[in-house]
Design a protein around this ligand. Structure first.
Ligand SMILES: Cc1cc2nc3c(=O)[nH]c(=O)nc-3n(C[C@H](O)[C@H](O)[C@H](O)COP(=O)(O)OP(=O)(O)OC[C@H]3O[C@@H](n4cnc5c(N)ncnc54)[C@H](O)[C@@H]3O)c2cc1C
Length: 481
């Protein structure tokens, strides 16, 4: 047992942990943060840093009126009201102030329209009518750098390459952690150890839908996403929330990397189902696209032509002309000289397939997609040139499926002060959680790019504040009990 008793020990140095550490230190607390890896950042550092928030100075700078109330309504509706409204309400109210706090610390988000998650400014995050996707300069890396600078200034101590093994629990209250076999005492502990995407056993148990990706499943979450929060939770009989939910992105079967490395499929493409019919806006946000694809009879295919293949830019690992040709040569991507022949290979009705390609050719290549309104999505992404028709053989079809595992939502149930609740709904004295480890806000539907980073930083900041308040640390019956 070390002699010193810290005010707050934080487990994990990603977005949630850094936000908690900085917020606690701003309140004058002594803070020690353990990070299992060789550097800070976790999945937050790998992310685009896209952050959903309402009523921000960035929105106002663009003349956009928005409010936490509207954000809340959209969030709850999209999640079918299967989340606790009080908790989500707190998140929606605090995401904006947390973004302003980050800007105050040095994060730069220009008040300009952004077409995607990589261009600093404000973009459409998901399917919201009022845009809420805030893209910071230097992305997730930039967020981590700013928070790391703040924690240094405030004197937060960091111990790298040290994986916290367990909590210290005394008469039902959390009084510290064990790391490297040594007990470290603290008045409060914040669990911010991320999700469990890198732990296949936990994925099978708590997010089995991810296994629908089969052999194509690949995980982009940071290596530290091992699900340690679930073991910590077992020590205090914590309640679990978000079980069975997470974020899978739709990809074709041969992708193995996040799109930054993988690249992007051709703009001139359609998605068709087992009936040979086009069924969606191919550029729809993953707030809804994953669910749409999963619901298709007979699975889903991405279809494009030779012109689209040869127009793919070089420099990406998966989406380049040579890679697609290799996949077709190997017989894994289907290739045929005619649409009718391709329909045969796909096992879909040829008449329907030909008619659907013809209908698409008559629409979007001429500027308007009456059926799925894809022209609107493309315009929101800043793309003005219409895609070419699917008209030049050979034609290609690649299996489309949700195979990219980004983050997981099952974690320790928290209340609106980010206190961990036990199975009876009571707050566990001394224990807070945030980010993917603290559950209840990330729901069955991801509300769009920025949902998880906003959750991590907003609830991390709330946890850091709560951990310095004696009455919250001591625990009491939660409002939700
Ligand atoms: C490629 C990619 C892109 C993404 N893009 C976006 C985006 O633009 N917007 C968005 O909202 N979401 C995005 N996400 C999801 C989002 O980044 C994460 O859900 C969020 O950042 C998680 O934050 P966190 O603090 O909970 O976890 P993390 O940032 O993963 O931090 C957890 C930290 O805890 C450490 N740790 C784990 N166990 C222990 C232990 N026992 N002891 C000590 N340390 C431990 C880990 O090593 C890690 O550093 C993306 C994710 C990925 C992988």
């Amino acid at each position: 047992m070390s002699e010193e008793i810290w005010d707050v020990v934080v487990i994990g140095g990603g977005g949630a942990g850094l936000a908690a550490a900085v917020a606690a230190a701003e309140n004058g607390a002594s803070v020690l943060l353990f990070e299992s890896e060789g550097e800070l950042g976790g999945s937050t550092q790998l992310s685009a840093g896209l952050f959903t928030a309402a009523g921000t100075s960035v929105q106002r700078g663009l003349g956009i009126e928005d409010s936490a109330e509207k954000f809340f309504q959209h969030y709850m509706d999209l999640n079918h009201w299967r989340l606790e409204p009080g908790l989500v309400r707190t998140f929606c109210e605090q995401a904006g102030p947390t973004l302003e706090w980050l800007i105050g610390l040095g994060v730069e988000i220009p008040a300009t329209v952004s077409g995607n998650a990589h261009q600093p400014g404000l973009c459409q995050a998901g399917v919201e009518d009022v845009w809420r996707g805030h893209v910071p300069k230097d992305q997730g890396y930039g967020l981590v750098q700013v928070l790391d600078r703040a924690r240094r200034t405030l004197g937060v101590e960091v111990v790298l390459r040290t994986r916290v093994e367990s909590l210290v629990v005394h008469e039902g209250a959390v009084t510290g952690v064990v790391a490297d076999g040594i007990e470290v005492g603290s008045r409060a502990v914040v669990v911010a150890s991320g999700g469990f995407a890198q732990n296949a056993e936990l994925v099978a148990r708590h997010y089995p839908d991810a296994l629908a990706g089969g052999d194509s499943l690949f995980v982009v979450a940071a290596p530290g996403s091992r699900g340690d929060h679930l073991a910590f939770g077992e020590q205090v009989d914590a309640s679990l929330a978000g079980d069975g939910w997470g974020l899978m992105l739709p990809t074709v079967y041969f992708q193995r990397y996040h799109h930054w490395q993988s690249g992007f499929p051709p703009k001139s493409r359609i998605h068709v189902n087992g009936h040979g019919r086009r069924f969606m806006d191919e550029d729809a946000s993953y707030a809804v696209s994953t669910g749409i694809i999963a619901a298709q009879p007979g699975g889903a295919w991405m279809v494009f032509d030779e012109q689209a293949r040869t127009s793919l830019p070089e420099g990406y690992v998966d989406w380049n002309a040579a890679r697609v040709a290799d996949e077709a040569d190997a017989g894994r991507t289907l290739r045929a000289q005619t649409l009718r022949e391709l329909a045969g290979l796909m096992g879909v009705p040829a008449d329907a397939f030909e008619a659907n390609v013809a209908r698409w050719n008559a629409q979007l290549p001429n500027g308007i997609d009456d059926d799925y309104l894809r022209h609107r999505t493309l315009a929101n992404k800043g793309s003005t040139a219409a895609p070419g028709p699917i008209a030049h053989g050979p034609f290609y079809a690649a299996r489309l499926l949700p195979a990219e595992l980004v983050c997981t939502h099952a974690g320790l149930e928290i209340d609106h002060d980010a206190r961990v609740l036990d199975a009876t709904g009571r707050a566990v004295p001394g224990l807070f959680a945030a980010g993917e480890a603290g559950a209840g806000i990330l729901g069955l539907r991801y509300v769009g790019g920025g949902n998880a980073v906003a959750n991590a930083l907003t609830m991390g900041r709330i946890a850091g504040h709560g951990a310095t308040q004696t009455h919250l640390r001591e625990g009491s019956v939660s409002a939700s009990a």
